[in-house]
Design a protein around this ligand. Sequence first.
Ligand code: GCW
Length: 674
Amino acid sequence: MKMITKASKKLIWACAFVSLALCAKADDGHNLWLRPVNAKAVKVTGANPKSATLAIAKKEIEQAWLGTAGATVKLKLVKDPTLKADGFKIAGNTVSATTESGILYGVYEMLRRQQTGNISNVVSNPSYQIRILNHWDNLNGSIERGYAGNSIFWRAGDNAFTVTDADKKRWEEYARANASIGINASVLNNVNASPNMLGEKELARMKAIAAVLRPYGIKTYLAINFASPMRLGGLKTADPLDPEVIKWWKAKVAEVYKLVPDFGGFLVKANSEGQPGPQDFKRTHADGANMLADALKPYKGIVMWRAFVYNAEEKDRAKQAYLEFMPFDGKFRDNVIIQVKNGPIDFQPREPFSPLFGAMKKTPVMPELQITQEYLGHAEQLAFLATMWEELYKSDTYQEGKNSTVARVTDGSIFPQKYTAVAGVSNVGLDTNWTGHDFAQANWYAFGRLAWNNQLKSEDIANEWIKLTFAPTIENKDWNKGFYEPVKKMMLDSREVVVNYSMPLGLHHIFAGNHHYGPGAWYAPRGTRKDWTPPYYHQADENGIGFDRTKTGTDAVDQYHEPLSSEFNNVATTPEIYLLYFHHLSWDYKLKNGQTLWDALCNHWNTGVNQVRQFQVTWDKVQPYVDAERFTRVQEKLRRQTRDAQFWKDANLLYFQQFSKRPFPDNVERPINN
Ligand code: GCW
């Protein structure tokens, strides 16, 4: 055997050291924004050992305390009328709240402030009582519109119902991440709900999940299939006024509460996209929702009834939810809340807010946001959605005059509401980093933070998230300039960039069919429902492009309060970001910057591509500040995003040019895709 010289020994040691250092830095993203820190010594008082929630609070402080070494942190349950349930007060090293979960939220806030360098006293109450994730998880483990692996809750196969230690660990990590940002509820299954969800084995598994989530202050909810009494219970009907049906639901609800006494309630997608509902039995949304609400009432459960309804007969899909729901304002039980998607169409990269916000006066309405990026590039593209949600929350509905923002008409500020809530369609799956794209973690984070405080600014959320997720463990003076600033800018620009290369100026729903990834403005297979085909939405022809929703068109503008209604009706006062959502305009229509509509569209698509290219440059430059693993993952995703953006641009240029019959502006890069 060859002798190992002293020098080569040294080299081996040096290599081992370097690779160790690299290893230590590598990051698989699993810890989200809850990365381990070098905690200082701390004493915690007031954590009643009988409380699982306070035990968690104590442990969190002990493993992440960055305050004065040897300090004592006091946890205090108090009676304080300035604190709503879950609200908390931080004064010095004391965290007080009226509930145990309030204390837990206060502790997470305190630790977050230490880590992000923003230490101060604070009183904080949540904007919404119920801050809930909707998991579109199927019982076989697949996830509808899920891009980060299979379900963390359900799976197929022989051990589908075995609760393993790995399951429990994952559920606990999930619960902890949620609690750290104030999320306090989860719907465990898809709104396209299997009747089997209410079967014995499934409910037993739900009980096991609920037991893990509970100490973290998270309530469990289920999505139900309205035809369950027939399909699971063997009844002849699911008519909500039928006594046998009512009896069946009451018994089922009793069974659920026996297993999970703090069960939250049902989420229902009814008479939408082929799902069963009360209209199948000539009953109304109110009949259906109220029957379930009555069954849940004795247990303080609630019904979240979705307003995502449309059908091929209605001339304008954007109008239907309002038309179907407004007649029932005031007809719902007080434990029903209507769940409304942010936009009237469907989670598009940009839409105006749904006119159902600020419409009903006697029925509470809750926003439904989509965290999973169905229409914003799946888990492949970087799109920080806080800016989109901020735009929504800030939109003024004018329900009760100026400053009736979507935030205020849904959080109880304008009308007193027994329940206030906001839902986010989760982007979580079994992937190691939970969300597929490392930056998609920021959307989970942002949803929770905005649900807690709907006045927060995207920039502040990005600030926290970047610092918690990427802050260097070693003091690095250049980090702010080298990493933090450019990455924050990239995040804050990213949603608009997606809009630019795909659907600028109010274009919407021009996606490839079914999977909704990439362009498909031409998609219209014979026999497909017209409201499932992009030409229905863009209406391009030789004369122009856009959907006429003005008074002379479908009059969707009428569903908005004044002055919005007139503002949207008049092309001159319509914000250009919504132009083609409300108007059909000639290709030569002049925009405010003097460009023709055609040139402006081409320029947006082109700009979008250049912006993603710039993201690549930005990211390459941050390499010295980030671990190799995350650096490479994001770099690869950005490469793909540039290809995708280019494809979007080329497809739009070539397809719409067939109608516009106008040349591309000189500065616009010529298509390279056919
Ligand atoms: O956006 C559409 C999705 C469907 C989804 C539906 C809904 C759960 O394409 O996958 O179904 O909305 O929200 O009900």
